[in-house]
Design a protein around this ligand. Structure first.
Ligand code: ADP
Ligand code: ASP
Ligand code: MG
Length: 412
């Protein structure tokens, strides 16, 4: 059966870890789903593991093995979401709603073979559509799938958002709601900045930058997928009935440049290759080698050349595995002097479409940081974002000052 043969529209409702952390929160989620179903739609809910379950499972694995085998780690971590899906399905049945839970694999989520960071290749939602046709609520375990060998895979931390959007795309859902412990997407992390404002709606591109640059409220890949398949996406509270934030294709003000958010990301480290020859092909060799090591490079800065040599610096995610031997080999391969790794840095990002073409914005940003005596280590800019690399201890102060100076002072 095809999803388009169903008589009612489909809503995907994703509940994050803190929103299913206790039995009473699971019951709250069930009630919310029941209410939605009453409004005349089919509901597919996607669940994360309860509270800190994923962290706790990870720590159990590390107590057994310093480097747990990837396959077994995925089997273990996937258990968190399996626990939630069964409990939510029970809670629904307890209040008289027909429901059925599905693991990622039972829900037809096929991924590549890359354990712990698997990508979704294809979804075969047959079983899910059959359950919906019987008017059952579907409860799907987020964050997991299965590969071509039928091995369990996981999608990377925070990946349940991506499961939800992918399923919404595969089913042609009318709405995909990410229900969480904040009331929507804010102009900064509301846990850090008291004056952070909820954003009513923002474009996929701006949201994608925010997600990739520290606003963990949405998994970056979920936004990418929502944009690609034009999935109507809303971030809202799991416990309060407030409107939330809509992520949309296009904003209405055609050319207005507006600073939308300041995000902070401390989960990064900086690697500098010192005094490498300033000749064609060096950067290609460096980043080619890093690509082969599977290193995901976030920002690259090449300093001015001095006496035929220069420094090449790049920022990578904090959990990147690159050891001393690999760095020694890299420096040797390109004829450089040495390398330096700095883990005590962080990214401060100012986001808004058209931001770097608007005269004066960069100056205001740097003035605000200078007034705070915050030193800028590196700077990069694009049409959507200006990123400042600062020392980790300046991150919170810098985030608050930028938010206050750029967003709170804007009366609109
Ligand atoms: P879930 O468990 O529901 O997936 P997450 O912890 O992954 O929830 O994401 C929600 C958290 O994201 C919030 O508690 C908030 O602290 C954080 N966050 C960071 N930046 C932002 C932002 N700009 N807007 C909203 N929340 C943000
Ligand atoms: N439970 C997983 C995690 O903690 C996936 C998720 O919550 O989205 O990362
Ligand atoms: Mg999350």
């Amino acid at each position: 059966m095809n999803p388009t043969d169903l008589k009612k529209p489909i809503h995907v409702m994703k509940f994050g870890g803190t929103s299913v952390a206790t039995p009473s929160l699971i019951q709250n989620a069930a009630q919310r789903i029941a209410d939605r179903r009453k409004s005349g739609v089919h509901v597919v809910c996607v669940v994360s593991a309860m509270g800190d379950t994923t962290d706790n499972l990870m720590s159990l694995a590390r107590q057994i093995s310093e480097r747990p085998p990837n396959r077994e780690l995925d089997v273990l971590l996937s258990a968190g979401e399996v626990q939630s899906m069964a409990l939510l399905s029970m809670a629904l049945q307890e209040i008289g709603i027909a429901a059925r839970s599905f693991t990622g694999s039972q829900g037809g989520i096929r991924t590549d073979t890359q354990h712990s960071e698997a990508r979704i290749l294809h979804i075969d939602p047959d079983r899910i559509v059959s359950a919906l046709a019987k008017d059952e609520v579907v409860v799907l375990a987020g964050f997991q799938g299965h590969d071509e060998r039928d091995e369990i895979t996981t999608l990377g931390r925070g990946g349940s958002d991506t499961s939800a959007v992918a399923m919404a795309a595969a089913l042609g859902a009318e709405l995909c709601e990410i229900l969480t412990d904040v009331t929507g997407v804010y102009s900064a992390d509301p846990r850090i900045v008291d004056g952070a404002r909820q954003i009513e709606s923002l474009g996929y591109d701006e949201m994608l930058e925010m997600a990739n640059l520290g606003a963990r409220v949405l998994h970056g890949r979920s936004v990418e997928m929502a944009r690609r398949f034009e999935v109507p996406l809303v971030v809202a509270s799991s416990t309060r009935n407030t409107p939330g934030t809509r992520i949309v294709g296009k904003e209405t003000d055609m050319e207005k440049v507006e600073i939308r958010a300041v995000t902070d990301d401390r989960n990064v480290k900086k690697i500098s290759l010192v005094s490498v020859p300033d000749t064609p092909g060096v950067a290609a060799n460096i980043f080619g080698a890093l690509g082969e090591l599977g290193v995901n490079v976030r920002l690259i800065v090449q300093a001015q050349s001095h006496a035929g040599n220069n420094d090449i610096t790049f920022v990578v995610p904090g959990d990147t595995h690159i050891d001393q031997q690999q760095l020694d080999d890299l420096v040797k391969q390109v004829g450089g002097e040495n390398w330096i790794v700095d883990e005590r840095i962080a990214l401060l990002n100012i986001i808004g479409e058209g931001i770097s073409r608007e005269p004066g914005i960069a100056g205001s940003i740097f003035r605000i940081l200078a007034d705070q005596q915050i030193n800028l280590d590196l700077i990069s800019s694009s049409n959507l974002v200006i990123t400042c690399v600062v020392s980790e201890e300046d991150l919170v102060r810098g985030t608050r000052a930028l938010h206050e100076g750029l967003i709170e002072t804007d009366a609109s």
